[in-house]
Every structure is written in C-alpha cells, then in structure tokens.
Design a protein around this ligand. Structure first.
Ligand SMILES: [Cu+2]
Length: 156
C-alpha cells in the first residue's frame, strides 16, 4: 500500500514537471453563429496555462477587430467591456462562456453558420514575458445556444 502511494506521488511529480514546459491548452472552443446583418459574436472556450500568464490578444481572418471582453454589472444591466488582458493563473482553467469572459469577434466579414469552423489565434504572454500563439479551430454553434450575447441583457 505504502509502495503504491509512493508510486502515485512519483507519477504526479512527473506530470507536474511535464506541465511546466507545456503550452497553454484551449479546450472546447466554439463561436456563436450569426444572422446576416450581425457584425459581432463571441468565442468561448476553457483556457488553461500550466505555468500562468495572460491572454493579451486574439485575431481571426473572419473578423476585422478582435477584443477580449468581460461582463460587468451596470446598475441592473450586464454589459460587456473590453479588457487589456485576461489573467490565466497557473494550472487553473479559466472559462470563457456566455455571460462571462469572451473573445469578441467584431466587424465580421461574413455570417457564421452552424457547421462552419472559425480559426482564431490567441496570444498568451507567460509570466516570463514570452509570448506564445495558440491556434484554435472553433466550430460554430447555432445562434440559439443558451446564454445571451447581446450588448445588453438581464441576468439569467
Ligand atoms: Cu463582447
């Protein structure tokens, strides 16, 4: 039993060592679909930086402008607001989701329909100041997917 525990501990140490050199992981990325006149939408995902850092920029060929947004309460209304960077604490998964943090794709060059895949490049700056780019291929989900993405909406 003791031996087993010790080998498990050794295993997790090895994992931790591997993680120290690993890249930022982006899981389950998706983009909300749009209707023809709509010029903006959101990219959502779960981002984990093994060593800690921050998301400082993003770009996509489908959008003229891409910003990192947060949701803030303005009186009784949730509004989105651009932020210069999104902190990624080491080893902690930060969730970008409707009603929360998101990457805003603006000045869209075409409607995004369910079934499309949107390439997005995320730029993550590590604690040491080094920048890493993460290429994401985000499937488009139908517009009606739960969670509001309007410029203003109430709490769910
Ligand atoms: Cu936004």
């Amino acid at each position: 039993m003791n031996l087993l525990l010790r080998s498990i501990a050794a295993g997790s140490l090895a994992l931790a060592a591997a993680a120290a050199t690993a890249q930022t992981v982006v899981q389950d990325p998706w983009v909300r679909g749009t209707v023809p006149q709509q010029r903006a939408t959101g990219l959502f995902a779960q981002i984990t930086s093994p060593t800690g850092g921050k998301l400082v920029a993003a770009s996509s060929p489908v959008a003229g402008v891409v910003e990192i947004h947060e949701m803030v309460m303005d009186g009784q209304v949730m509004r989105m607001r651009a932020m210069p960077a999104l902190d990624l604490p080491a080893g902690k998964t930060v969730e970008l989701k409707p009603g929360g943090y998101h990457v805003m794709l603006m000045e869209l060059k075409r409607p995004l329909q369910a079934g499309d895949t949107v390439p997005v490049t995320l730029v993550v700056e590590g604690a040491d100041g080094r920048r890493e780019t993460v290429e994401v291929k985000a499937p488009v989900r139908p517009l009606g997917t739960a969670g509001g993405m309007q410029h203003r909406h109430g709490q769910p």
